[in-house]
Design a protein around this ligand. Structure first.
Ligand code: ADP
Ligand code: MG
Length: 243
């Protein structure tokens, strides 16, 4: 895909206690692309996502966001440009939904309060939660909480959104509402990296699927190719098991 490279991950390595869990990972992400990262438990998916915004500091390798290198020295500014959606939502439990979506805009991006509220309302509408602005997280279902978390990330106007198994903590009947929001974002042209086991989403929304195993990218390609003719036996086995 031609266009602007939003994310450029080059040869990223990470070890824990001498055991390397990322063994030189490289990939690029262009504006408007959705890449879905799949792989067995323990393959390094979360570590890779967390290395991208230095929640985990890589041992080696370089990461560029829109041409700017992510470094210790600029990490706060870089993080503000990357939305992160966690498995367990990470909402501020003592704040209302509206305040959750407003706070970081004001504190981190320096957006005027009134403008931040208006943006928050707009993003809550986008995820179908306009009517929950005054509720507290505990009053919402897991699916609703995760949609608030997505609205909060969107309100920061990020260059890229990173999702780490956003539906894994949800009861099965609640995954659909979150997956639909993510599908809508992908088709709206949001730039995203999504770690997920939702193969329906991968098939429908991914521009490319990356299969990670033991800290290596084993195979990557468009969903139709990966699902129909993945060349690697382990990729095929994994897709058959999950799908
Ligand atoms: P995945 O998200 O694909 O399940 P992770 O990135 O969470 O994989 O983990 C990759 C490997 O790194 C696993 O073996 C895991 O036990 C190990 N690991 C992850 N985080 C830490 C940590 N903070 N300290 C030590 N080992 C870790
Ligand atoms: Mg993980």
């Amino acid at each position: 895909m031609a266009g602007q490279k939003i994310l450029d991950v080059r040869e990223v390595r990470k070890a824990y206690n001498g055991l390397e869990v990322l063994k030189g990972i490289s990939f690029g992400l262009y504006r408007g692309e959705t890449k879905v990262l799949i792989g067995p438990s323990g393959s390094g998916k979360s570590t890779l996502l967390r290395c991208i915004n230095y929640l985990t500091v890589p041992d080696k390798g370089r990461i560029f966001l829109n041409g700017d290198e992510v470094l210790d020295t600029n990490i706060d500014a870089m993080r503000a440009r990357m939305g992160f959606v966690f498995q367990d939502f990470n909402l501020f439990t003592h704040l209302t939904v509206l305040d959750n979506v407003t706070l970081c805009q004001v504190k981190v991006n320096g957006v005027d309060k009134k403008e931040a509220i208006s943006r928050a309302q707009q993003e809550l509408e986008r995820v179908g939660l306009s009517d929950k602005a005054d509720a507290y997280p505990a009053e919402l279902s897991g699916g609703q909480q995760q949609r608030v978390s997505i609205a909060r990330a969107l309100a920061m106007d990020p260059d890229v959104l990173l999702f780490d198994e956003p539906t894994s903590a949800l009861d099965p009947e609640l995954t659909g509402e979150v997956v639909r929001v993510m599908q809508q974002l992908a088709s709206d042209g949001m730039t995203m990296v999504v770690v997920t086991h939702e193969m329906g989403f991968a098939r429908q929304a991914a521009d490319e699927i990356i299969f990670l195993e033991h800290g290596h990218i084993v195979e990557q390609g468009p969903p139709d190719v990966m699902f129909q003719q993945a060349s690697n036996d382990r990729t095929r086995a994994f897709l058959n098991i999950i799908a």
